[in-house]
Design a protein. Structure first.
Length: 271
């Protein structure tokens, strides 16, 4: 059993990362900041987005900051607007996932010339499908605002969109962020790094029963914890994960078990 590194370092070269962005791009900014450190073993070689740069909210605010980030840092930029793609095929929404492989085939063609080693999903809102997953097999990573090592009924307990809310309402006493390899099943790829824990801190006099009754209070509590988790979890471990991958420290064996520095870490490397 010979684990294969996600990335094998090359003498005198840095690992080339593509950040995929659909929104504000805060994770991409943190990844770029870390790439500017003297010891960085990676560089952000492409900003890609599935949102056309002239698309706006009704309020007039920009929907996506991908092009702004690329321009600020002098990074190559590509886009393939997913809404335009669906509309050109007679669909008002992008819910029909049967069209997604064709879209991802177009994405691959946009990314291929940039000779990317690893794709980092940085607030990328489109589900990835086979053309992209095959082109960068085991080399697409993401950050998730939950501890993916927690299981329930033989499956990961906190997957999907509302995981901070779900964890708080389930009575979890601490929250973590996880980085993971992206696979076809959403949030179920191999775990890379688990962040330090963030205690769940409910306001005085507030319990889970009250949170379940008071939706506005629940929203405020979840938003507060989500913001703190992003700062202490996502922004801490995502750049670190890419640095570790660039150093050749993560590898996968033929059973898709993750190894870190030569040791099995099926539940990820815990900080």
């Amino acid at each position: 059993m010979n684990p294969k590194p996600i990335y094998t370092p090359r003498e005198g070269e840095r690992m080339r990362v593509a950040c995929f962005v659909s929104g504000s791009g805060t994770n991409a900014r943190k990844i770029i900041e870390r790439s500017h450190q003297p010891d960085s073993r990676y560089e952000v070689a492409l900003i890609f987005t599935d949102v056309r740069d002239d698309r706006y909210y009704k309020s007039g605010r920009k929907r996506c900051r991908a092009k702004d980030i690329a321009d600020e840092h002098g990074i190559p930029y590509e886009y393939e607007d997913i809404r335009d793609f669906y509309r050109s095929r007679g669909h008002k929404t992008r819910r029909d996932l049967s069209l997604r492989p064709e879209f991802d085939g177009r994405v691959v063609e946009k990314v291929k010339p940039h000779e990317i080693d690893v794709v980092a999903l940085a607030g990328y809102m489109s589900i990835t499908t086979q053309p992209l997953l095959e082109a960068y097999d085991g080399r697409i990573v993401n950050v998730h605002p939950a501890d993916l090592s927690i299981m329930e009924g033989g499956d990961r307990k906190y997957v999907g969109i509302h995981v901070v809310r779900d964890a708080i309402l389930a009575g979890e006493r601490e929250l973590r962020s996880s980085t993971h390899v992206v696979r076809e099943e959403v949030d179920r790829g191999e775990i890379l790094v688990l962040s330090e824990s963030l205690p769940v801190d409910l306001p005085d006099g507030v319990d889970l029963e009250l949170l379940e009754r008071d939706k506005e209070l629940l929203r405020r509590v979840v938003d507060e914890h989500q913001d703190r988790l992003k700062e202490r979890g996502d922004w801490a471990i995502y750049p670190l994960t890419l640095q570790m991958i660039a150093e050749g420290r993560f590898a996968l064996d033929e059973r898709d078990v993750m190894h870190f520095d030569g040791k099995k870490v099926p539940c990820g490397h815990r900080l």
